[in-house]
Design a protein around this ligand. Structure first.
Ligand SMILES: CSCCC(=O)C(=O)COP(=O)(O)O
Ligand SMILES: [Mg+2]
Length: 235
């Protein structure tokens, strides 16, 4: 019996095009100003930005005072869709401004919003696991066409717990949730993520959305339980 569901975002609850055609370009467009004007942020945000830029400098082996070099590195990583924790944290801070100013709303498919509400009402614990930072996750679900969906979720996981294609990450998530792996259903559009979750003993379902997936549903169904949208997910 499924007692908890852990869902991916991009390609699962939300369209790939929203992430790639709205969020990533917005972060790319505003990254330089955000980093150059970090001294205008409040104290907590300034500290957070500083910590993340320290980490960018360390990972990219760029001198910490080479601000333009750091900005260029961050822009390159956005273009390459790198799932690097400090990049994801900075993107989340930039997107916060976009959501709060009404530049965009978080895209969530209607079937996802409907079934997340239904499962929540049935007493199933809901969690998110995405490469986007926890604060970016709260934003995309906080500013949707269906209102604020964050009260539906019991917890959020990002790459601080580990990469999404690593079995160990799912073992840590199982520990944190405190249920047996078999009692947790993981939803994703990426086969390598399903494989890692499955190896950690979670149940899985592969989302093959018409506009998001190039994979044929018949091919996918040979390897995993599949669903074209949340209404086809069996809990
Ligand atoms: C939290 S919304 C932005 C999603 C994001 O930055 C990303 O890289 C998508 O990763 P996911 O693990 O949700 O496929
Ligand atoms: Mg995904």
């Amino acid at each position: 019996m499924i007692k908890a569901i852990v869902t991916d975002i991009e390609g699962t609850t939300s369209s790939i095009s929203f992430v790639h055609d709205v969020l990533f370009p917005y972060a790319k467009q505003h990254m330089a100003d955000f980093v150059r004007q970090a001294d205008q942020l409040n104290d907590i945000e300034q500290q957070e930005t500083d910590l993340q830029l320290d980490e960018v400098a360390r990972l990219a082996e760029i001198p910490r005072d080479d601000i333009e070099g750091l900005i260029q590195q961050l822009i390159n990583w956005i273009e390459e869709d790198k799932k690097i924790t400090p990049l994801k944290a900075l993107q989340g801070m930039i997107w916060r401004q976009g959501y709060q100013q009404g530049d965009f709303v978080g895209h969530v498919y209607k079937d996802a919003a409907d079934y997340l509400k239904r499962w929540h009402d049935q007493g199933i614990d809901l969690y998110v696991y995405s490469s986007g930072s926890v604060s970016a996750q709260k934003l995309i679900f906080g500013y949707t066409d269906f209102g604020d969906l964050t009260p539906l979720f019991k917890g959020y996981f990002d790459t601080q717990i580990g990469g999404k294609r690593e079995v160990e990450s799912y073992r840590h998530i199982i520990d944190k949730i405190g249920l047996k792996g078999e009692e947790i259903l993981f939803l994703s559009d990426i086969e390598q993520e399903l494989e890692a979750a499955s190896q950690a003993s979670m149940k899985t379902c592969w989302l093959i959305r018409k506009n998001d997936s190039k994979m044929s549903i018949h091919e996918a169904a040979k390897r995993y339980l599949v669903a074209r949208d949340f209404s086809e997910i069996v809990v």
